[in-house]
Every structure is written in C-alpha cells, then in structure tokens.
Design a protein around this ligand. Structure first.
Ligand SMILES: CCCCC/C=C\C/C=C\C/C=C\CCC(=O)SCCNC(=O)CCNC(=O)[C@H](O)C(C)(C)COP(=O)(O)OP(=O)(O)OC[C@H]1O[C@@H](n2cnc3c(N)ncnc32)[C@H](O)[C@@H]1OP(=O)(O)O
Ligand SMILES: Cc1cc2nc3c(=O)[nH]c(=O)nc-3n(C[C@H](O)[C@H](O)[C@H](O)COP(=O)(O)OP(=O)(O)OC[C@H]3O[C@@H](n4cnc5c(N)ncnc54)[C@H](O)[C@@H]3O)c2cc1C
Length: 639
C-alpha cells in the first residue's frame, strides 16, 4: 500500500475525543494553540532541518547549531514572539544549544539571586542577547577551587557566566556564592586577561549533545567587581564587611529548584516522543501468528509488546501531570519566598530533586526500551531513537546525579519523621506521614482483581509502603551513635525509601488530576485506564517492597497483575489515538518509524539511498585497501 494513511484503521478504533485529549496534554487550549502553531512554523522552515546531524563532523555540527540559533533569534524578533512563543520555538528546533543555558539558567540565576539593582543592570542586556551567559557550578575535581568543567555554552560562546565560588573576606570562608563574571571580550570574543576557557571535547553519540559547547574555565588573578556578587541572599559592603539577609542560605541553590522542575516537564516530552515512535511502529509492523490465512499479527497485539509499551505510555501521561503540579508548587513557593515565607522551601527542594531523579531515570530507560520495541530498525539513526537517547541520558546526571538527589529526599523524609515526635504535623506531600500509626498496621482490602481499580485502595497501598520503608530506615538509623555514619551505611535503603515516596507523589497527582473536570467524550475514562496502568505496573515491578513490608499479600499481588492485563486490553484500541494526542509534527519526532501516516517501509528504503556512503557504487578506500586484498587472495588461491 503506497501513500495514504496506513494507520487510519487504528485511528478509527479510538473510543475518545482525540482533539479534547490534545488540550488536556498541552495543559490548556491556549497552550495547545501556541504549541501547535509554533511547531508547524518550525517544521515548515527548511532552515531548521535536522535529519543530517549524525553525518556532520563536530565543527560542522557546531557551526550549524550557531546558524540555527541566530536564525531562530531573527525569527523571534521578526515575528515579535512572546517569551512563551520564543521558548516553544527553541523547544521545537530541538537542538541543544548555548541558548538553553542562557535562558534556562543564567537569566533565572540573576532573577533569583540578584538584587533589584543587579537585575535592572543585567537582565535587559541578557534579554536582548547583548550578552550571552552560562551557569558555572561544577568542578573538574572535588572542591570549589580546581577548574570549572561541564558548563554548557561556556566552551565557545558565552560572554558571561554566573560562577559559583567560595567567598573569603578577612580570611574568613563564607561558603559558596554566585558571581557574574565577564569571560570574553564583547568586541572580538577573545578571553579576558587571566581567563582560560575552551570546550571539554566530544560526548556520547554522534550529533546528539555535541551541538553543545560544554566548557572548561580557569581563573588566574581575575578580579570580580564587588557589585557582581549576586547579593540578594548575602552582601559584602564597600568596606569588605559580610552580612546576610534574613533569608535561608539555601536560596543560593534556587536556580536548581527551578531547572529541576523544568526537567520533570521535559521528561514527559522526551518519553512521549519515544513512545509515539514505538507505538506507531508497533501498529505498522506485522509478524507471524495470523490464523486462517488472515493478515499477519501487528506486533502491538502481542501481550509482551503491550506489557513493555503501555506502562511507558502511561508514564508519559503521569509525568505530564506531575510536571504540571510541580510547576504549580514552584510558583507557589516563589510567591511565598517573596512574602518572606520560607516554610515550603524544603518540600519544594525534596519534590523537585526526587521527581527529577525518578522521571529522568524512567525516561532514559524508557527511550532505550522503545528502541528495542522497534526491533532492528530502532537501531537506525533514521528511527530517531539513538539520538534521542544520547541527548536525553545525561539528564540522569546533570542538575544533580540521580542518586545524590534521592539522598537529599531521604534526608527530608527522615527529618519529617523525627519531627512527628515533637507534634509537628506534616503537610503537603508528606501529610500521609501524619497517619503513620494507621499506615504501619493497615491491611489492603483487595479481594478480587477489580478492587485494584479503586483510587483509595491504590493510594493506601502506596502510602503504607512508603511510610513503612521510611520508618524502617529511621529505626535502623537510631541504632547508630553517629547519625552521619548511619546515613552512609544505610544509604542504599534510604534511596529505596525515597523512590517509594516519589512514586507515591506521581500516583497521587495522577489520581488528583482525574478528580478535576475533564471535558471531551471518553477522555477521562482513557486517563483513568492509564492512571491504573501506571500504578499497577509500579506495584507489579516493586512487588518485593509491597510484600516484604506486609502492605499486600501474594494473592493481592497476583490479582494486581491480572487487573493489569485487563487494562492493557482496554488501552489497545486507543493506543494510536493516545499518542496522536501529543500532537507532534513529523519534524519534531524526527523518525521514519514514527511518522504520522505510518508509511514506514518505502521511507526507510528511500532514506538508505540518501546515506553519503551510497553516493558512489564503489566506496572510497576500495582501490586502496580491498582490491589489493582480493588480488592477494586470488594469487594465494592459485598457488
Ligand atoms: C525554560 C526552559 C528551561 C530549560 C532548562 C535549561 C537547561 C536545562 C537543560 C539542560 C541542563 C543542562 C545543564 C545542567 C546544568 C547543571 O548541571 S548545573 C550544576 C548542578 N549541580 C548540582 O545539581 C549539584 C548537586 N548537588 C547538590 O544539589 C548539593 O545539594 C549542593 C547544592 C551542591 C549542596 O551540597 P552541600 O553543601 O553538601 O549541602 P547539602 O547537600 O548537605 O545541603 C544542605 C542543606 O541545603 C538543602 N538544600 C540543598 N540543595 C537545595 C536546593 N536546591 N534548594 C533548597 N535547599 C537545598 C539540603 O536539603 C540541606 O538542608 P538541611 O535542612 O540542612 O538538611
Ligand atoms: C551534559 C551535561 C551538561 C552539564 N551542564 C552543566 C552546566 O551547565 N553547569 C554546571 O555547573 N554543571 C553542568 N554539568 C555537570 C553536572 O551538574 C554534574 O556532572 C552533576 O551534578 C554530577 O556531578 P559529578 O559529575 O561531580 O558526579 P560525581 O559526584 O562525581 O558522581 C560520581 C558517582 O558518585 C556517586 N556519588 C557522588 N556523591 C555521592 C554521595 N554523596 N553519596 C553517594 N554517592 C555519591 C554518584 O551517584 C555517581 O555514581 C553537566 C553535566 C553533563 C553530563
């Protein structure tokens, strides 16, 4: 079958209003309209072509990224795009670039940690791109006195950086503070005196994150003007006197809270993109197994394919909704901070750190699973999956290594439990800890598989598991005379308790989403199916935790799995429509396997001939290396 919509029969099976689901996915009608318009604008402009990336050398690739970034900026100005539209445009250009750090970290660091005066001086320059900034925190080795190493945009492009370094006045060390430092001349881009700066070298994957100039930076007697220390949290007077505002020191790390929140939202984008490719291809791909001489089985009908694919589809939706909620939490904490209410900062830190860790790990693993779900073709660059994986996987490391972040969550949980004794009632995402006595001894009330569809049953099982794991850690910690030693010794268990807590947050936010008014025929029902798949898939995967803590019985674990199989059958007819609801253009997906019309095979065949290796029938190197070898073999054979 040439041309046409090869997935039309799948689209007809949908039991819900796809257009309404698109709006739920986008977050609002307005967000949908902006996203739809800007993604089409990018897709229709040949200047944003990206299919040739894996073929380019690092230098060509990098120059191409600079061209695209400059062109994107030109279009943003010409079209007078709003901040929201401009950020969507950069998103759909889909190429990591220095601009990510300029807009995503440099500007937020100044906004969050600079005084009013500092903001007035630096922000207009940065908004107009008259200076380009990066965020320089990580060091080559341990400590804050070796060389900066890794900051994106630093290597070749940034003119300025927010640099994190120790502040020492009168011989006294005041800890790490942020400073705005000019790195390069605004005339000829050469490094300023005393500054050594460059790119740190090729990274994982062809193309992929090599469009970014992650850099190294050293200072030799560089003087930073006093008023370039970011002084919202603490100040140094003209006389060299150090003082602190009446705010928590942790605000110095506020930019990370902001970025971790955006990384959670981004996880749903990356995972949904991989899932869209794997779902469409699974419906196109047929294999043996037909009966009575009918068409062969679509691989999406294999239960094994469904049990690998549908939890990822459900996770993409789950991460979308928890990302929405996290954005709300971040906005709320920001407003409170402005009113000098710092009470929710520890929770915001724990939630952003924990959810960043959980969603990036699941997304990186999920993209790789989607590659395998596409069989051999998933390994071709034209599937889009190898590059997506290579670009995405460092999210498990940047903005805090995922294990280190889970340990931050564990500290928060242990602290929350320890405060129960003093009568402090936990609120927000730890409110359930307030019923710890009930959760320690409650029994799951599931007798038949369908009982697992009750939100209250699911919630209680997840709360009990999380509470019991945290309490077990706290009890074990209390056996150590030195708490830090205990924390280090038990860190493996603490990480698992943190994971259980974060999974509970995601499940509970999905359930809360379903309590809202969601318009559109069948939309809420489909989301209900996905929510149950997400929760029961986690329960099945971590049944060791649920069983060993006595939250459920082996029979109940068995029933959960039975229910999960039934849910997969309910999701099956809607699978293609559920990925169509992401509203991704073929340009953004960048995948032949995931193209909207499902016309995969002719496109794969055609793409192969476009590979530079097929420019000539006889390859370069044949005469030099292969021909003499063949001749040699010929002579040996004759002897
Ligand atoms: C709109 C589009 C945006 C696009 C986004 C743009 C870019 C994103 C895309 C790609 C990303 C690209 C690049 C990534 C950039 C980076 O990676 S920047 C470097 C980030 N580095 C890290 O994340 C380091 C991880 N380590 C930590 O976070 C450590 O906690 C620390 C901050 C280095 C501090 O360590 P330490 O001094 O040992 O303190 P400790 O951990 O013990 O914490 C002390 C107390 O402070 C609390 N706390 C820690 N962090 C925060 C925080 N961020 N906010 C609030 N509070 C925090 C902690 O809980 C402790 O509290 P106690 O009550 O004392 O227990
Ligand atoms: C693509 C990319 C882009 C980046 N961009 C930037 C940027 O723009 N600006 C910037 O400042 N930085 C940037 N970084 C750096 C990034 O933030 C750090 O790599 C990250 O925070 C992890 O720190 P590390 O590399 O020192 O890892 P390490 O801390 O050395 O981790 C190594 C191992 O040790 C373990 N470990 C470390 N500490 C502990 C502990 N306390 N307990 C138990 N285990 C532990 C970790 O789990 C990990 O397995 C970037 C990194 C990457 C990969």
């Amino acid at each position: 079958m040439e041309g046409g919509d090869h997935l039309a029969h799948e689209r007809k099976k949908a039991q819900f209003d796809v257009e309404a689901m698109k709006i739920v996915w986008a977050g609002s009608r307005h967000a949908f309209e902006v996203s739809d318009r800007i993604s089409k604008l990018v897709a229709s402009d040949p200047a944003f072509r990206k299919d040739n990336r894996p073929m380019l050398s690092r230098k060509e690739l990098f120059k191409n990224t600079l061209r695209k970034a400059a062109y994107a900026w030109k279009r943003i100005i010409e079209l007078r795009l709003s901040e929201e539209e401009a950020s969507k445009l950069r998103f759909y250009v889909d190429e990591p670039a220095f601009t990510d750090l300029h807009w995503g970290m440099f500007l937020p660091a100044i906004k969050g940690q600079g005084t009013e005066e500092q903001q007035q001086k630096w922000l207009p320059l940065a908004y107009k791109m008259q200076i380009i900034g990066c965020y320089a925190q990580t060091e080559l080795g341990h400590g804050s006195n070796s060389s900066k190493w890794w900051p994106g945009g630093l290597g070749k492009i940034s003119t300025h950086a927010v640099v994190y370094a120790r502040l020492i006045t009168d011989g006294q060390d005041h800890g790490v503070h942020g400073f705005i430092v000019q790195l390069r001349s605004l005339d000829d881009h050469s490094p300023l005196p005393g500054i050594t700066v460059g790119d740190i070298g090729m990274k994982f994957g062809n193309g992929a994150y090599n469009t970014m100039d992650n850099g190294v930076l050293r200072f030799d007697h560089v003087r930073i003007p006093r008023d370039q220390m970011l002084m919202k949290v603490s100040q140094v007077s003209r006389e060299g006197k150090y003082s602190q505002s009446n705010v928590p020191r942790q605000l110095v790390y506020g930019t990370m809270v902001f970025v971790r929140q955006t990384i959670v939202a981004d996880a749903s984008c990356a995972l949904s993109r991989a899932v869209c490719i794997a779902t469409r291809y699974s419906a196109v791909r047929r294999q043996f197994g037909s009966q009575n001489g009918g068409p062969e089985t679509q691989v999406i009908d294999y239960k094994t394919q469904q049990s690998r694919l549908f939890p990822l589809l459900a996770s993409a939706y789950a991460f979308r909704f928890v990302g929405e909620w996290l954005k709300w939490l971040y906005t709320d904490v920001t407003q409170r901070l402005q009113a000098n209410d710092f009470s929710t900062l520890p929770e915001a830190h724990a939630c952003t750190a924990g959810l960043k860790s959980l969603t990036t790990a699941a997304t990186a693993d999920g993209i790789e699973e989607c590659r395998k779900l596409c069989g051999g073709h998933g390994y071709l660059c034209s599937s889009g999956l190898p590059e997506l994986f290579a670009v995405y996987v460092p999210a498990c490391t940047y903005e805090g290594d995922n294990t280190v972040l889970l340990l931050q969550v564990a500290r928060f949980l242990v602290k929350t439990l320890s405060q129960l004794g003093s009568g402090k009632q936990p609120v927000g995402t730890t409110a359930y800890m307030g019923q710890v006595e009930h959760l320690m001894q409650c029994h799951c009330n599931v007798q038949k598989a369908e009982d697992w569809l009750k939100p209250a049953v699911i919630l209680e099982a997840f709360e009990a598991r999380s509470a019991r794991m945290s309490v077990a850690c706290a009890k074990n910690l209390s056996k150590f005379t030195n708490p830090e030693e205990g924390f280090a010794e038990l860190s493996g268990d603490l990480v698992e308790a943190a994971i259980a807590h974060c999974q509970l947050i995601i499940v509970s936010k999905f359930i809360e989403k379903l309590q809202q008014d969601i318009p559109g025929k069948g939309v809420k029902q489909q989301l209900g199916v996905l929510c149950n798949i997400y929760a029961l898939f986690l329960l099945h995967k971590h049944q060791g935790d649920f069983l060993s803590t006595g939250c459920i019985t082996p029979k109940q674990a068995y029933l959960a799995n039975e229910q999960l199989r039934a849910l997969y059958s309910q999701a099956r007819p809607n699978a293609i429509a559920l990925v169509d609801a992401f509203n991704y253009t073929d340009h953004y997906l960048g995948s032949i396997l995931g193209c909207y019309d499902g016309n995969v095979y002719p496109k794969l065949y055609e793409a192969a001939w476009k590979d530079p290796l097929n420019d000539s029938v006889v390859p370069d190197g044949y005469r030099e290396y292969i021909w003499p070898m063949l001749k040699q073999q010929l002579r040996t054979a004759r002897l």
